[in-house]
Design a protein around this ligand. Sequence first.
Ligand SMILES: [Mg+2]
Length: 231
Amino acid sequence: MKLLIWDFDGTLAHRPSMWSGTLLHVLGEVHPGHQVKPEHLRPWLQTGFRWHAPEDEYPVLPAHAWWGELHPVFEQAYQAAGLDATVARRLAGEVQRHYTDPQHWEVYPDTGTTLEHLSVLGWRHVILTNHVPEFRELLKALGLSGHFLQVFNSAETGFEKPHPRAFRLVLESLGEAKQVCMIGDNIRADVQGARAVGLPAVLVRKNDPAAQWQCTDLSSLPGQLDAIFAD
Ligand SMILES: [Mg+2]
């Protein structure tokens, strides 16, 4: 089997403005005239998520408890932007609903065609993502589930990329794969994480001199894979 391990966010789909955008959206529902800007929130969202400390192993929790770990992070961000503690707590509890709403996510235009084209070329696909517990539902709602043999989500495994265990779980469960490659937009989590367990990786939608293989969109991926596995 020829196997491609795909990152999700920033590779196959994205949520424009990510976490700061989600918090602003929640705030806008309650206080439509607010003056809070993304830059007021963003500095407070750079730590506190599981994937900010990928060297650790995490307990697998039900969704409400997983999100509960993040409530202090969201509350702190809202309070730093000038909201009082009671309002901040209430808004923090609404972030989950907004973040996981498929209507706020966009699949990149080249995602479906590239997955199908690579399938025709004999590649099978799995996802390896650092994500929220509701990821499978989100993937299904975006119409992408059918492309993938399996989904490996950090909220279900307890390991965040680039932890080597996150990658080894994929390889162990699909042990018969002959050719394997990681595809992702994050040099550290995807490319260097894959390399650390001996896998080639293609950086997509980004340029970085640290990446041996890269492409700015998915259309040139088949050619890159030909080059990687030329021998
Ligand atoms: Mg990504």
